[in-house]
Design a protein around this ligand. Structure first.
Ligand SMILES: [Zn+2]
Length: 565
């Protein structure tokens, strides 16, 4: 890394054609790099920190402001909810992303968060057919269109575009569509990986046709070249803390991927090949490779204003879902992501300079330990599936009202009442809501079923604050069902691990800022990921995104004397 001195800044500013942007602290910032690690519960990072190499997580942890006690303050800790909170600095009650899926009352069916029939995905090659996808939320998307149209609050990226009169370049990429779309805001460009082809795709919202460099990247079929190969451990098996947590009966075998190392990728026509790749370190490495092509082709960090690149890595989340967080797969995934990150940061250092790059790292949510794993440790835990909840709802409504079918939908965490049916039956909807909620709260594994009315009247406790922060009057259901700690609230199928609860293991994520002028410090006061967007804005001297509710993290500002221009 090059030395960061005042004379150096001056010499850069005086160079003909060099970016003339200097922020209020006199820093010559050229790139904001927002890194998100899907599902990286804060302690998954600390558990492996002794084994990190130089230049990856270590660079951030040793040189940055590390906020070790950051918690989401919303209840439904899912991917789009966390990403939208990071992007906007607001809670889901304000940004509107209350869950990966919600009930669209107008259409009368469930809606996937970023689907938009008016923004079809641009085809990469001739026949692109739909394989069977394992991402549970994707199954509910009715159309192949994607856009940020449902995101109701301004993002940092949009603020930056307005601030620079559109001269900043703004990109967000991820293996997951929603993780890219949320961070790109309305004005940036988003790319994500197709689980059918391993290509990076985008939609009509962003482009009329693929930029040449993306088409070129896709022509190489880089993901597909891994067909038939395998995921090997990075280090000696004996060196892993979780060496004994490899072959467990409750882990998932993704169509031949296996439960133990080495994990074999299917051949070219295995329908889950790209899901297997995402659930291995290869997926994150491909994303980093795509990021490098992007930085070079779009000349990030070379323009007249600060550019923005968001990279959201999905691999840790995928292994959490299929193998659990206390698995050998998780430990190896985090170590291999560290190496991928080190390569990416070395590349950014070479092309832009880390002395010109403001980096922030966080996660969209944490993860629960698998119920079986916690049961082995003597804790109360279990699995709540939608049919168990539906059955309880039917039983309670029959018992109390003599009717079944009083609800329209249950999709975690919300239960939606069927208002017409309740009216036709001559029942009072408030009473139905209260009665169902009271009955559900007594069911095994359910901690609390909270109604809309309770949100208004309940004393201001932490859990209610989280449910309230998640409450959007149009998109939220009538009753919010909170599972007990370590109870898995999800359908049956290949996904054995889950997040989405308001408990600490799902809300606790890392927040680390690193870059020129940011002191190396470790902060233990409780902060929240909603602070990220207002803090990024403050560093650039911008007002926070319009609806941001988080605060500026003052620890990222040096207290020392300002550089003398
Ligand atoms: Zn997930």
């Amino acid at each position: 890394m090059k030395p960061f001195t005042i004379s150096f800044i001056l010499s850069v500013c005086l160079m003909a054609g060099a970016p003339a942007y200097a922020d209020q602290e006199g820093r010559d910032l050229r790139l904001v790099l927002q890194l998100t690690v899907d599902g990286l519960r804060a302690d998954l990072l600390s558990r492996s920190s002794g084994k990190f190499a130089q230049g990856g997580f270590r660079y951030l942890m040793d040189n940055g402001a590390v906020f070790a006690n950051a918690h989401y303050q919303h209840a439904n800790t899912e991917t789009i909810v966390g990403h939208a909170t990071l992007a906007t600095g607001a809670h889901p009650s304000v940004h509107g992303m209350t869950g990966n899926v919600w009930y669209d009352a107008e259409a009368g069916e469930l809606a996937y968060n970023i689907e938009d029939p008016n923004s079809p995905i641009l085809p990469v090659r001739e026949q692109q057919q739909s394989g069977d996808q394992v991402d549970p939320s994707q199954l509910l998307a009715r159309t192949q269109g994607r856009s940020p149209a449902t995101l109701l609050a301004e993002t940092f990226a949009d603020k930056l575009l307005a601030y620079s009169a559109g001269r900043s370049k703004v990109f967000a990429i991820s293996a997951k569509d929603r993780s890219a779309v949320a961070l790109a805001g309305r004005g940036g460009k988003a790319f994500w990986m197709s689980m059918d082809s391993g290509d990076f795709v985008t939609s009509g919202w962003y482009y009329a046709a693929y930029p040449a460099w993306v088409a070129e990247w896709n022509v190489q079929r880089k993901a597909k070249t891994h067909a038939g190969s395998q995921w090997n451990l990075l280090n000696d098996r004996d060196s892993y803390l979780l060496a004994g947590q490899d072959d467990r009966p409750y882990e998932t075998d993704l169509r031949g991927f296996g439960r133990t190392f080495p994990h074999r990728f299917g051949d070219g026509d295995n329908k889950l090949l790209f899901t297997q790749i995402i659930a291995s370190p290869i997926g994150d490495a491909l994303l980093a490779d795509f990021a490098q092509s992007l930085v070079l082709s779009e000349k990030l960090g070379q323009g007249p204003a600060v550019d923005f690149l968001s990279v959201s890595f999905s691999g840790v989340d995928a292994v959490n879902h299929f193998f659990g967080p206390a698995s050998l797969e998780n430990e190896d995934m985090v170590l291999q992501l560290d190496r991928t990150l080190a390569r990416l940061l070395a590349f950014v250092d070479q092309e832009v300079g880390l002395e010109h790059t403001l980096i922030v790292l966080s996660a969209d949510h944490g993860i629960a330990e698998l119920p079986e794993y916690m049961a082995e440790r003597g804790l109360d835990s279990g699995r709540l599936t939608p049919d168990v909840i539906q059955e309880a709802v039917e039983r309670i409504s029959q018992e109390k009202f003599g009717f079944s079918d009083l609800t329209k939908f249950y999709y975690r965490p919300y239960l939606y009442l069927d208002r017409e049916r309740i009216q036709a039956a001559g029942l009072d909807p408030d009473e139905v809501r209260e009665t169902l909620a009271a009955g559900l709260t007594l069911e095994p594994g359910i901690h609390l079923a909270a109604t809309r009315q309770m949100l208004e009247s309940w004393p201001d406790r932490k859990l209610f604050e989280q449910i309230r922060n998640n409450y959007h009057p149009v998109r939220s259901g009538d009753i919010y069902i909170v599972q007990d700690p370590y109870w898995f609230n999800f359908g049956k199928g290949p996904v054995v691990g889950m997040h989405g609860s308001p408990w600490n293991y799902d809300t606790h994520v890392p927040v680390i800022f690193a870059g020129p002028g940011i002191p190396a410090t470790r902060v233990q006061r409780r902060v929240q990921p909603a602070d990220v967007a207002p803090t990024l804005a403050a560093i650039l001297g911008m007002s926070p995104p319009a609806s941001a509710q988080g605060n500026v993290l003052k620890e990222v500002f040096t207290s020392g004397p300002r550089p003398n221009p």
